[in-house]
Design a protein around this ligand. Structure first.
Ligand code: DGL
Length: 273
């Protein structure tokens, strides 16, 4: 096991994956973490699976060139569109992907009625269909895509009137259906948990998968002997395909800490260094 371990690459369409990065950082403070936010293309949710797959492959190449050895796809949409493809294309690279946490929700719901919040692309993907088929028989699922919410969160409007309206419109009909569990199937949504909890009340559990993703990242690092030991060597670096300054400004609010932010530019379908 090396002192400094290896760099973990983490990506999302924008700031959403920071909810996952926060959990990884809390669990693995000694690890080097390189985050890519594809803000030039956010939101991914309304795009085709093919398009998101192409972005995901190119971002993975970028992160690998920058020294990442393990990739966390900190985006449900990119996981739905590309996880299988990425594992086939980069067989030497361990990937941690995301799927809506329907399994723990179905296991713990007492009303057997669960709300799932995710993007249109995530709901379209085969991954979601397979999770529902495997784990949710006997559970009634209510779905919503929360149109516009990702943009509000990207803009840092975590408790604004529009953010509240979007959430109420989705959650109130679900509450009328007696759901007792809400699954956050998009990594942007944990940033509005306080508002969600306020709307659904304390009796409804809200499932954020980030801690489980962090534990899976640690398991894979351990398996490969890549876990970093020396806390002083841990680092956080950021790349955005959007504007670096607004990204740097929102970081402390969403992540609770800072790090150097670099801009990257798409050149057609390529992401040059
Ligand atoms: N944060 C992403 C997810 O987990 C993508 C949201 C978006 O860009 O639409 O699905």
């Amino acid at each position: 096991m090396s002192e400094s371990g290896v760099t973990v690459g983490v990506f999302d369409s924008g700031v959403g994956g920071l909810s996952v990065l926060r959990a990884i950082r809390a669990l693995l403070p000694a690890q080097g973490l390189l985050y890519f936010g594809d803000q030039a293309h956010v939101p991914y949710g309304p795009r085709s699976l093919e398009e998101v797959r192409a972005f995901s492959e190119e971002i993975t190449r970028f992160l690998l060139r920058r020294g990442a050895k393990l990739i966390v796809v900190a985006c449900n949409t990119a996981s739905a569109a590309a996880l299988q493809h990425l594992r086939l294309t980069f067989p030497q690279v361990p990937f941690v992907g995301m799927e809506p946490a329907v399994k723990p929700a179905a296991e713990t719901s007492r009303t057997h009625r669960v709300g799932v919040l995710a993007t249109p692309a995530t709901f379209q993907g085969a991954l979601y269909a397979s999770v529902v088929e495997r784990f949710a028989s006997g559970t009634t699922i209510f779905q919503d895509t929360l149109p516009g919410l990702v943009n509000e969160i990207e803009a840092g409007r975590l408790a604004g009137a529009k953010t509240r309206r979007i959430l109420e419109k989705a959650l109130q009909p679900m509450l009328a259906e007696q759901i007792d569990t809400v699954v956050l199937g998009c990594t942007h949504y944990p940033f509005v948990i306080p508002l969600i909890q306020e709307i659904v009340g304390p009796a409804v559990q809200v499932i954020d998968p980030a801690p489980a993703i962090a534990r899976q990242t640690r398991r894979l690092l351990e398996q490969h002997g890549w876990l970093a030991q020396n806390e002083a060597a841990g680092f956080l670096r950021f790349v955005t395909s959007g504007a670096a300054q607004p990204f740097a400004k929102i970081l402390p609010r969403l992540l609770g800490e800072n790090g150097p932010v670099e801009g990257a530019r798409w050149n057609g379908s390529n992401l040059p260094d």
